[in-house]
Design a protein around this ligand. Structure first.
Ligand code: 5AD
Ligand code: SF4
Length: 440
């Protein structure tokens, strides 16, 4: 029996790709092992979104080189966005790599493994969605549903359009069939994935074209799916129908991730985000009006080229005004081939660090204030497993996507009611209500 080991970097899209990779390898007769040392096939699913993502990966590659030298029969494969972004040089710079492939080209890995190829192979053309590959899910009760691939946006900082190609939506019928299969297989929480989920369907032929909100409605009808999430929407395409779907659809969770990137309209323009601060705040107002309790989270970049103190002050103001439940914050990192990497007025690193610290203060303070609303409430929790810091406790997630650590007795995959008694900016703490295994 051949053994494989996969290391995943980057976003949920990559995690999902890795699960499909693992499913495919299992069906080819491979066995997964926990340690890289024990594997005959060493795979990396890489990310290139920021420079530190690249750096982290390259140190891992060093270990793969050592293992390959120890046993030249081992196969080393590199997939994902970083591989795609260095496709012309990957074999020259890393001669011990046997196979390299771009995102969404997982099926080509099977082709490589089944061939007698002795020389290094690269697979980098953009293709259609690579079809039904079995997934090897990390948790049996949570699944991904990739609704589209690629991205038609032209954000000037982002490498994704060049690593994942043009946007292609998958057909609604295929998606519903896959959702039903997931549910039949024990999945109760499904996350719809796309680079820009709100533009779903626009590239489909008229007879099959539906809106993202219609797709949400169809997934909501699938028996067994108790929770629906999606990643990520683009504020420019976030319309009332999607926000209203959160009111109407019982499974759609009370959480919207709405990437801000910057609070300055001028910087948003240089980022080519195609919305202004005002339009963004309009979306937030609409969410607050229709869904007062909904969690809002975001992504913010500090130190974009040309960002002045005034521009940054706008970002702080927006963060203050919105009061996010959580945020991913990033220092701008120039990515090769992107417009922003070539811009003048790059912001010095110490300034980026200072701005990051100021932003984190606002984000954490407001998130802690927002968390207070859960104190004393009884919340539905999907149990994920033992608590990370204290294994006598249990960890799960509420529909608003906050993690909860609690005392009680419940198995992963169960839904329980937990009464919240204390909170931090990041997570909640509570006690399971007795006999509360609702729809366990
Ligand atoms: N530098 C810093 N952050 C970036 N992101 C994307 N590209 C860059 C970059 N070049 C951030 C954005 C995006 C998140 C996934 O990563 O905030 O929403
Ligand atoms: Fe995901 Fe972007 Fe990283 Fe690719 S580059 S793995 S799309 S975060």
């Amino acid at each position: 029996m051949k053994r494989f080991h996969v290391t995943t970097f980057g976003c949920q899209m990559n995690e999902h790709d890795s699960e499909r990779m693992k499913g495919m390898l299992v069906s080819l007769g491979y066995d997964e092992v926990a340690e890289r040392d024990d594997a005959d096939l060493i795979l990396f699913n890489t990310c290139s979104i920021r420079e530190n993502a690249d750096n982290r990966f390259i140190s891992h590659l060093g270990e793969a080189r050592r293992l390959k030298t120890e046993n030249p029969e081992r196969v080393v494969g590199v997939g994902g966005c970083w591989a795609q972004s260095v496709k012309d040089e990957v074999f020259r710079r890393f001669p011990f790599v046997d196979v390299a492939f771009g995102p969404g080209q997982i099926h080509r890995l099977a082709e490589f493994l089944n061939s007698d190829s002795l020389s290094a192979q690269g697979y980098f053309e953009f293709e259609e969605f690579s079809g039904d590959l079995p997934s090897h899910r990390a948790r049996p009760f949570q699944g991904w549903l990739q609704i589209s691939q690629g991205c038609n946006c032209a954000c000037s900082y982002c490498i994704v359009p060049s690593t994942r190609g043009r946007e292609q939506s998958r057909r609604p019928a295929d998606l519903i069939e896959e959702a039903r299969r997931l549910a039949a297989d024990g999945v109760r929480e499904v996350t719809l994935l796309g680079q820009n989920v709100n533009s779903y369907g626009r590239d489909l032929p008229p007879a099959e074209r539906i809106r993202f909100s219609d797709l949400l409605g169809m997934v909501n009808e699938v028996d067994g799916i108790d929770r629906i999430r999606y990643m990520s929407p683009h504020p420019k395409d976030m319309r009332e129908d999607v926000i209203a779907a959160h009111v109407e659809l019982s499974a759609l969770c009370e959480h919207i991730h709405l990437p801000l990137q910057s609070g300055s309209s001028q910087i948003l323009k240089a980022m080519r985000r195609t919305y202004s601060r005002e339009r963004y705040m309009d979306r937030v107002a609409m969410i607050r009006e229709l869904l007062p309790d909904c969690a809002i989270t975001t992504d913010i970049i500090v130190g974009f080229p040309g960002e002045s103190d005034d521009d940054f002050a706008c970002t702080l103001e927006v963060a203050e005004e919105v009061g996010y439940d959580g945020a991913f914050t990033f220092m701008f990192s120039p990515r090769r081939g992107t417009l922003a990497a070539e811009m003048e007025d790059q912001v010095p690193h110490p300034v980026k660090k200072e701005r990051m610290a100021a932003l984190l203060e606002v984000i954490q303070r407001r998130a802690l204030e927002r968390s207070q609303r859960f104190i004393g409430r009884s919340m539905e929790v999907l149990v994920e497993g033992p608590s990370r810091n204290d294994p006598t406790r249990i960890r799960g997630r509420i529909r608003h996507s906050k993690a909860v650590n609690f005392e009680g007795a419940a198995e992963p995959g169960q839904m329980v009611e937990v009464e919240i008694d204390s909170v931090t900016s990041q997570s909640l703490t509570g006690t399971q209500r007795l006999l509360s295994a609702i729809r366990a």
